[in-house]
Write a protein that binds this ligand. Structure first.
Ligand SMILES: [Fe+2]
Length: 274
């Protein structure tokens, strides 16, 4: 084969191995190279020859097996470089001692279940059941605020009419402020050991706010709609604060701050109609 064909085969082989193993091109090249071979390029060409001689699976198996062995050794606390050497491969990696980093704790986390509670908040003197109830309220507030922020942004964009400039500017400031509230609410939930769900699908499914109309919106109509959404969010947040007050005064204080901000904005948008 010519050099051009060799180079093409090399690239195709690396891409195929990346797709099959989920590794990066660099790690595929590195893990496919036996220690006694100094050039990665030559080593991968050997893999290509093995692939073309039989099927693509045997050569892939070599790489996947080496990768699995390295990961296996890794789980036992061996540094990556040592695991790679024991498999006769050259892997460019820092000699990290994963045992010292206590990464074993991570594998015990209940990843993916909705609103998974994890035992990271033992130092906060709040019982698990109270934390669960408080963070359920925080999740609801996170969704309401996310919807409010998006509706405010939508009104900021689609606005038309003589009040365009002041209302456009005002709604942009509101949306920026709600982004900060959302982050604060989410991080309070995380502080109490519970994950949050701010995915668009979850917001659509669980928001307490009516949908915002599509298309251009006149300034007076936008003011009415945002006034209504702010009022709804503030009322719902006050109810949450009441429920949280017996459970966690710290979260209650945070909700007070957010309600104060929402009611401030409610007044400032409402005055356009007064
Ligand atoms: Fe903008």
């Amino acid at each position: 084969m010519s050099n051009r064909v060799h180079r093409f085969s090399f690239r195709v082989a690396v891409l195929a191995l990346c797709a099959a193993t989920g590794m990066t091109a660099t790690s595929v090249v590195a893990q496919a190279a036996p220690q006694k071979v100094s050039s990665h390029k030559v080593a991968v060409k050997k893999v290509v020859v093995r692939q073309s001689a039989a099927s693509s699976k045997p050569a892939l198996k070599v790489v996947v097996k080496a990768h699995a062995q390295a990961q296996d050794a890794n789980k036992q606390g061996f540094p990556v470089r040592e695991a790679a050497r024991s498999n006769g491969n050259q892997v460019a990696a820092n000699p990290t001692n994963f045992e010292a980093l206590k990464l074993t704790q991570v594998k015990d986390l209940p990843l993916n279940p909705e609103r998974a509670g994890i035992p990271t908040a033992e130092r906060i003197p709040l019982e698990q059941e109270k934390r669960r109830q408080v963070t359920a309220e925080l999740q609801g507030l996170l969704v309401d605020l996310t919807d409010l922020r998006m509706q405010t942004t939508e009104a900021h964009w689609d606005l038309v009419g003589p009040l365009y400039l002041p209302v456009h500017e005002q709604l942009g400031e509101f949306a920026d402020r709600y982004a900060k509230y959302i982050d604060r609410v989410a991080e309070r939930s995380l502080s109490l050991g519970y994950s949050v769900d701010g995915r668009p699908q979850t917001v659509v499914r669980t928001s307490g706010l009516p949908i915002f109309p599509g298309g251009f919106v006149r300034d007076s109509e936008a003011i009415d709609i945002i006034t209504d959404r702010l009022d709804t969010t503030a009322v719902r947040t006050r109810a949450r604060m009441k429920r949280v007050s017996d459970l966690d005064p710290v979260t209650e204080n945070m909700l007070q701050d957010i309600i104060e901000g929402l009611e401030h904005d409610l007044w400032q948008i409402r005055v356009h109609k007064q």
